[in-house]
Design a protein around this ligand. Structure first.
Ligand SMILES: Cc1cc2nc3c(=O)[nH]c(=O)nc-3n(C[C@H](O)[C@H](O)[C@H](O)COP(=O)(O)OP(=O)(O)OC[C@H]3O[C@@H](n4cnc5c(N)ncnc54)[C@H](O)[C@@H]3O)c2cc1C
Length: 369
């Protein structure tokens, strides 16, 4: 652990901040990672872990290139984390199947898949037999159509967070939990970060506090107005089942089912703008239970045994906020919304390369992962 005068302060220990802290430390920087609660205790604990451009991206939007690049980086990211920590990460190219329940949905799904193919997101139409070969549990219902996205992948974000915490510590990152940043003061060559009890400063700071990022007061050198971060609450439920009953992700719009290697089946989700309201309400549980029952009638034979919520970090910007704030030492890495698990490797790469390039242009180099 290195505590005195870090080169970089990372504010927020979700998957975004922890990935950045790890990569910066591997590059030889002294890094302190502060979190108001515990590392990996918020959205990055709650997320489903679909790495699924097929389910998310439908046009040439700012998310597209980042998502495709992060998909490319993921296998090496996971392999490197596992090798560094010994943590086994549940990571699998499972494929994702979108189904349509009626002809109108099928026309829309077919048109969407065609547009996505032009963007570089591969998919194939499944006939009934091919659907049942991929997902035998679908036998209880006649679907109007189904599309397979063969590259869609699953990862358990809790495994990733466990591994990142160990990897950060062994790379020398100083981790301070229960350390809530309340203000940031940006001046030439330095960023001062204050908590109610303490303050830290460094030449560089990375603001990666998820949905809370712009609740921190920022002052000092004139900065452009930052995109506002805000929470979009989502609920997931789970069923303890035998492992191996559902291989691909099964989706219909934002209703989905997926199974972890442990057997836990996860079903989602809701989307509510209600601030940081942590209530896990019965109405949302019933809503998700009913929707996944419609998607896959077989699941109605089982009862969900757990439910939890998380705050997706949205931002009022067209894509995630990943850049340097003007020509200061402050870097922004928030607003990953529904795709922060997917976008962690590419965000860590961009921010790390950016900081190394501004710190010592002659020594700037690229990473392969
Ligand atoms: C129900 C649900 C399902 C999802 N499914 C998927 C999915 O399938 N695939 C996918 O890619 N993404 C998914 N997501 C989105 C994904 O979980 C998020 O985009 C991602 O976890 C964001 O990571 P983060 O590090 O930015 O934020 P967080 O994980 O929220 O981390 C932010 C951290 O900052 C800390 N913090 C807050 N305020 C301060 C402060 N003042 N000072 C210091 N620290 C502070 C918090 O304690 C927290 O640990 C899902 C999200 C939800 C809620």
């Amino acid at each position: 652990m290195r505590s005195s005068s870090p080169d970089t302060l990372v504010i927020g220990g979700g998957i975004i901040g922890a990935s950045i802290a790890w990569k910066l430390a591997l590059a030889g920087l002294r890094v302190s990672l502060v979190d108001a609660g515990s590392v990996g205790g918020e959205a990055s604990w709650a997320g489903a872990g679909m790495l699924a451009p097929g389910g998310e991206i439908v046009s040439r939007e700012p998310w597209l290139d980042l998502a495709l690049e992060s998909m490319r980086l993921y296998p090496a990211f996971v392999a490197e984390l596992q090798a560094a920590t010994g943590v086994v990460i549940d990571y699998r190219v499972s494929g994702g199947i979108d189904v349509a329940l009626d002809d109108e949905e099928w026309r829309a799904l077919g048109a969407r898949a065609e547009r996505q193919r032009a963007l570089g997101i591969a998919s194939t139409v499944l006939d009934r037999q091919s659907l049942l070969d991929q997902a035998p549990l679908c036998r209880d219902r006649d679907y109007a159509g189904a599309v397979l996205y063969p590259d869609d992948t699953l990862v358990d974000p809790r495994d990733v967070m466990r591994a990142l915490t160990i990897a950060c510590r062994s790379a020398g990152v100083e981790i301070r939990e229960g350390w809530r940043a309340t203000s940031l003061h940006v001046s030439r060559g330095s960023v001062l970060v204050e908590s109610p009890a303490d303050s830290l400063h460094a030449p560089f700071a990375v603001l990666a506090a998820g949905a809370w990022s712009t609740g921190i007061a920022i002052s000092g050198t004139t900065l452009p107005a930052l995109p506002i971060a805000f929470p979009v609450k989502g609920l997931l439920i789970s069923y303890p089942l035998e492992p191996g009953v559902l291989r691909p992700i099964l989706r219909r719009g934002h209703t989905y089912l997926l199974q972890r290697a442990t057997g836990i089946m996860i079903a989602g989700t809701t989307s509510e703008e209600v601030g940081f309201n942590r209530t896990v309400d019965e109405h949302s549980i019933d809503d998700v239970t009913a929707r996944v029952g419609e998607l896959l009638p077989w699941i109605r034979r089982h009862q969900p045994t757990a439910a939890w919520i998380g705050f997706r970090p949205a931002a009022d910007s067209p894509g995630p906020v990943i850049h340097r704030a003007a020509d200061t030492g402050l870097w922004l890495a928030y607003g990953h919304y529904r795709n922060g698990i997917l976008l962690a490797p590419v965000t860590a790469k961009l921010v790390t390369e950016g900081i190394l390039a501004t710190r010592a242009p002659a020594a700037a180099h690229s990473f392969s992962s």
